[in-house]
Write a protein that binds this ligand. Structure first.
Ligand code: H79
Length: 453
């Protein structure tokens, strides 16, 4: 329907209108430039060529599966249950004997991630409760020594990921509510009933030793996703030593740390928890600042990270897809979480949600994978992504027929709706563009207009 005559009147072919300036985009690509090592990594860290290549591949991959799974899953009350319910170490230590995930099937998990269109998995090797779900020789507080299941689930997952071409990252908690050497305590874990003593540097040695295991026994890994630094922001975490260990053992692996600050030296990507880069809806990111590294944001499907039997507040397809699309427009990856059940099964609500995201990506993936944030910065109506000579306008929330846009850098060769291939009428006002979006061309999730430059 073309009710507005000016649309036709002024609708112009855009070829040759713009000066033939080379197509360039705004500097929000987050790519590793040579200057970056000086800006974010200090003199002590110059990422290797292999590491820089991994960063590019990481940014191309756009969508990952976050998995929170551990002995806390038994209680079905999230991964913070030990702290939140003021459980003592003695009480919590009864959980491993009940963790027997006989229904765990690595192939099913990895296939589900693939069906969702995800390219990597980040799983908790150890959360704040201190329990390792891998066979650790460093400690006996692990799946092999304390559970009836005994098997190393990370090993099975690593093998399956390799088979199916999915990268595997390990989430590893700095914070530890169980280890006797995690002392002095930080802001959390005060009800554990542990003795008020401990050798901090011995704790760090233990952590490094587990990280050495994770970087040695599971083949090539995608990287390490640290969390819990914020429990003791003023402590000497000896990050340089830990980061060097990881980079030496796994030159391609990427290190990220959810410390809610601007990246520290030695880190390779920056994450935001429950927020798009620059946002602070949760209060976690108040002291954060966007650096120049590849970006990632993580979010839950309901309100919980670890399995929660009472949490039915599932987000809808549209909300999660919009999060993925907006993340891409912010030049960030989206790491979407599930908390599998203690038996190793993934609840049907999560499975359904992931599959429907995969269906959408099956049709619209070219506007997400391999892209970087586009030339128009994120707006209330939506976002742009770009890849090569194509710019994708993701129109997520717009009720009117005409949508104004800034001038584009370069000559527009064609403008089409991605879904139908139909031409999009664009008015060039000289000061900018106006997209003509007929009602029948609008998609309830995302109307994608592709400009070929
Ligand atoms: O693993 C998931 C969560 O368990 C973990 N990160 C995700 C990926 C997480 N841990 N804590 N939080 C998320 C919330 C952090 C809250 C904090 Fe604070 C507010 C940290 C610092 C200020 C609460 C209050 C903890 C210390 C003081």
């Amino acid at each position: 329907m073309r009710s507005h005559p000016s649309v036709l009147l002024f609708s112009v072919v855009l070829l040759a209108f713009q000066a033939a300036s080379r197509f360039s985009v705004q500097a929000q690509t987050g790519q590793a430039a040579p200057a970056e090592s000086a800006q974010t990594a200090g003199a002590s860290y110059t990422p290797s060529a292999a590491n820089l290549a991994s960063r590019q591949a990481f940014q191309d991959s756009k969508f990952g599966l976050f998995i929170h799974w551990g002995v806390y899953s038994v209680l079905g009350d999230g991964e913070w249950v030990m702290n939140n319910k003021k459980m003592t170490i003695a009480e919590y230590e009864r959980l491993p004997a009940q963790f027997n995930p006989t229904a765990f099937n690595a192939a099913e998990w990895v296939s589900l991630a693939k069906a969702a269109g995800m390219k990597y998995i980040t799983i908790t090797s150890k959360h704040h409760d201190g329990f390792a779900i891998f066979d650790s020789k460093t400690s006996d507080y692990d799946i092999a020594d304390r559970t009836p299941y005994k098997k190393d689930v990370l090993k099975m997952l690593a093998e399956e990921c390799r088979k199916q071409g999915i990268k595997l990252f390990f989430y590893h908690s700095h914070l530890d509510w169980h280890h006797p050497d995690y002392f002095p305590l930080g802001r959390t874990g005060h009800a554990s009933g542990r003795e008020a003593k401990g050798d901090w540097y011995r704790y760090l040695d233990t952590m490094d030793s587990q990280l050495r295991e994770l970087c040695t026994n599971y083949g090539e890994i995608g990287g390490i996703w640290f969390d819990g630094w914020w429990d003791k922001p003023t402590a000497d975490w000896r990050l340089d030593k830990t980061y060097k260990l990881i980079h030496d053992l796994q030159p391609k692996a990427l290190i990220g740390n959810n410390h809610h600050r601007k990246p520290f030296p030695g880190e390779d990507f920056q994450m935001f928890e429950k927020d798009l880069p620059g946002g602070n809806t949760t209060g976690f990111s108040g002291e954060s600042e966007i650096g120049t590294l590849p970006l990632e944001t993580c979010e839950t499907i309901n309100k919980s990270w670890g399995y929660s039997k009472n949490d039915q507040s599932f987000k809808k397809d549209k909300e999660l897809l919009h999060y993925l699309i907006r993340a891409a427009g912010h030049n960030a990856n989206f790491l979407l979480n599930i908390g599998p059940m203690p038996d190793g099964k993934i609840q049907p609500e999560f499975v359904g949600q992931l599959k429907s995201m995969g269906e959408w990506l099956g049709k619209n993936g070219e506007s997400i994978y391999g892209t970087r944030g586009g030339p128009v910065t994120p707006r209330p109506w939506g976002v742009t992504t770009q890849k090569g000579k194509k710019i994708y306008f993701h129109i997520l929330d717009w009720q009117d027929t005409l949508l104004p846009m800034p001038k584009m850098p370069g000559i527009i060769r064609s403008a089409k709706f991605l879904k139908t291939g139909r031409k999009v009428d664009i008015i060039d006002t000289g000061a900018g563009l106006v997209f003509n979006l007929p009602k029948e061309a609008m998609d309830p999730i995302d109307t994608i207009v592709v400009l070929e430059m």
